[in-house]
Structure formats: structure tokens, C-alpha cells
Design a protein around this ligand. Structure first.
Ligand code: MG
Length: 375
């Protein structure tokens, strides 16, 4: 591996862990973070949580687990090219969705609505809560005791109120400073991954068509390239060839533009990264093209009537579970009953957020389906 750039996060400039531990033997601190994330229960549950499609809709669609792996792959490639810390970029990518509710965005919105008078629910903050508090794996501390830099990368957004409560980790939101370049990379790798896999899954599901995508310049350009290079190619291969070219275009543009930004700001240290504006970025032209693709997906896929039917059911399941547990916390499993004594709403939110799609459906049935009484 090439030597890290002077502005990369390294063992030398890391702010370490909240609870001091011995240095790991034979692996870096950030590899240890990644390994702890992979061995967590919340990480395994990502396999049965969805982004757009409900988990049992089909085995071919992305889940939050495969999404997180794709984000990590893209982030590593970019980090390596920019001589940044690949292990850190990977750890942040694998952890970025740990706090997601079941049923994708619909689930997050529903839980946030339920939590309005109790401090709200934000999946970003919940991912941090998973690694800081909720995972119970170690004898001497709650959570995974990850490095400051991995935790900083997980916390992409934060309200000023929450930032104040988070102390050192929230400080950058109050003083207008940027996270590490590795965190900035994970953030945009997330965007590259979901825009592209939603095109792929959208086409595969038949909810959107290649003809529609011909209207979206970023896709149309690559679609045209594939069709002229390979006339008569079947639809499945056209889809894959187009998506892989788009990922490549976006990654290449991001690397080139970020290199220019780093040079233009004469960044020479991690401290300079924190003080500079965001340096990891697409070119203006590419950012515009990506925005158009997002707008297309919003209108044609995320608001497709079949997706909306799923989202409506998801909202109902989450809303009804929340109401049931709030009115009678004795329905909660014992470990959540215990924490509910201090903060009922937050414990209910933690329990619901940790559910997979199918677990939430089953739990809803166990509580509400009259016929279940007979079993
Ligand atoms: Mg994501």
C-alpha cells in the first residue's frame, strides 16, 4: 500500500477511543473498528432490512447489508487512489446504516413522526447510538468503543441541540468544521452506491424502464455508449454494462475533482482538512447530473404506486407498534422493559429501530392479529 497522504487519518493523529484499550496486535486501530462492526448484531440484521423494496419482495434486490458492502467497496477504491486511510473509510461505510429502521425511508419517517414530542428519531444519530450504547458485547463497556474518527464519520448530520449533547463529537457542527476526508468519501460513496443500485433494482423489478431512463442524461449517455459498442445485447447485460459505467464515471470524476480541491486549498495536514470547506466532491457538472438522476428516481421509483403501497403498510406497522408499546410497556421484551423505566419512548424507538422488516411484520402480527391468540 502506498504511503498515506499527510492529511489522511492515521494511528499518529487519531483521537483514540473513549475508553483506553491496548493497541491491537497485527492490525490497525481502524481495522479493529471494522472487525467490531462486522461482528455486531446490528450489522447482521442489515441483511433483512431494506432500502426501497421490502425484504421479502425478492431475493435479488439490495438489502442494507449488500448496500453497505457496496458503499465500502466504492469508498475503499476512492480512499486508495487519494492515499487516504482505506481501513477507516471501510469502517465508516460498513457502520453508516446500522441505525436504520425496518422498511427503509418509510420506516425512518414513521418512527421520527412517532418520536416528535420525545426528541425525534434520526437514523444517523441512531447508528452512533448502536455503536456507542446499544451493542452489548464487551465485559467492561457498552457499545463497541470505536475510535473517534469512525464515530465522527458515522455522524453525518446533527442538529445543534443534539450536537451540544454529544460534546466533543458534536463540536464540529457548532463550529462549522469538516470531518476527515475518509468520512467525506464514505458519505459520497453512499450516494454513488444507492443511485446506481436503485437504477439496477428499479429496472429489474420492472417499476422503471430503460426507455424512461433515456430521458436522464447521466444514464442516457452510458446507455448509448453500451448500445453502440454492443448492438443487440440483451437487456440484462445492457443494464449491468450501463450501471458499471456510471459508477466508474462518478468515481473517476469524484477522484479528479477532489484532487483538484485538495491542491487548490494547499491542504497539508488533518487539521487543515477540518478547517477547509468540503474537499471530497463531484465536479459541478457531475453533481448536476447526479441531482437529475436522484430527482428521476424520486418521482418514478420512490413514489411509484407499488412502492407507496409498501411504505403505507410500513408506516402503519411502525405507528401501531409504537403506540402499543407506549401504552403498555409490559408488552416489550424484558431488556427493553428495564430501560423503559428511565425513558419509555427512547427504549421503544430503540427496540423498533433494531427490528428487521420481517421481524417487525411478525411482531405486529403477534400483538394485533386476533387469530394468533389461538396458537
Ligand atoms: Mg446508506
Amino acid at each position: 500500500m502506498a504511503e498515506l497522504a499527510p492529511y489522511a487519518v492515521s494511528a499518529g493523529n487519531s483521537r483514540g477511543r473513549q475508553i483506553a484499550e491496548e493497541r491491537p496486535a497485527g492490525r490497525s486501530e481502524f481495522q479493529r473498528d471494522r472487525d467490531r462492526i462486522i461482528h455486531s448484531g446490528a450489522f447482521r440484521r442489515l441483511e433483512y432490512k431494506t432500502q426501497v423494496f421490502v425484504n421479502h419482495e425478492g431475493d435479488l434486490f439490495r438489502t442494507r447489508l449488500t448496500h453497505s458492502i457496496e458503499v465500502a467497496q466504492i469508498a475503499r477504491s476512492i480512499a486508495r487512489r487519494l492515499r487516504l486511510n482505506e481501513d477507516l473509510a471501510e469502517a465508516i461505510s460498513l457502520a453508516h446504516d446500522l441505525g436504520h429502521t425496518p422498511f427503509g425511508h418509510a420506516g425512518q419517517d414513521a418512527l421520527n413522526e412517532c418520536m416528535q414530542t420525545y426528541g425525534g428519531f434520526e437514523h444517523n444519530l441512531q447508528s452512533l447510538r448502536v455503536v456507542d450504547v446499544l451493542e452489548e458485547r464487551y465485559a467492561s463497556f457498552d457499545g463497541l468503543n470505536l475510535t473517534f474518527e469512525t464515530r465522527e464519520g458515522i455522524l453525518k448530520h446533527c442538529s445543534p441541540e443534539n450536537a451540544r449533547a454529544l460534546g466533543e463529537l458534536g463540536a464540529r457542527f457548532l463550529s462549522d468544521r469538516r470531518p476527515s476526508l475518509e468520512a467525506q468519501i464514505a458519505n459520497l460513496a453512499d450516494e454513488i452506491a444507492y443511485n446506481n443500485h436503485d437504477v439496477d433494482d428499479g429496472l429489474r423489478s420492472g417499476l422503471i424502464t430503460l426507455a424512461q431512463l433515456d430521458e436522464v442524461p447521466l444514464v442516457a449517455r452510458h446507455l448509448h455508449e453500451v448500445r453502440s459498442a454492443h448492438p443487440g445485447l440483451n437487456a440484462r447485460r445492457v443494464r449491468h454494462e450501463t450501471v458499471r459505467r456510471m459508477i466508474n464515471t462518478l468515481v473517476t470524476d469524484l477522484i479528479a475533482c477532489s484532487e483538484r480541491n485538495i491542491a487548490a486549498h494547499a491542504v497539508a495536514s488533518l487539521e487543515a482538512v477540518h478547517a477547509a470547506p468540503r474537499l471530497i466532491a463531484f465536479s459541478e457538472e457531475m453533481a448536476g447530473a447526479a441531482r437529475e438522476l436522484k430527482a428521476f428516481l424520486r418521482t418514478n421509483l420512490y413514489r411509484h404506486y407499488r412502492v407507496l403501497r409498501m411504505s403505507t403498510k410500513a408506516r402503519r406497522i411502525i405507528g401501531e407498534l409504537f403506540a402499543a408499546f407506549m401504552s403498555d410497556p409490559r408488552l416489550l421484551p424484558p431488556q427493553f422493559q428495564q430501560t423503559a423505566e428511565q425513558d419509555r419512548a427512547r427504549s421503544v424507538a430503540d427496540y423498533i429501530a433494531g427490528m428487521t422488516d420481517r421481524y417487525a411484520i411478525r411482531e405486529h402480527r403477534r400483538i394485533f392479529a386476533v387469530e394468533e391468540i389461538l396458537i
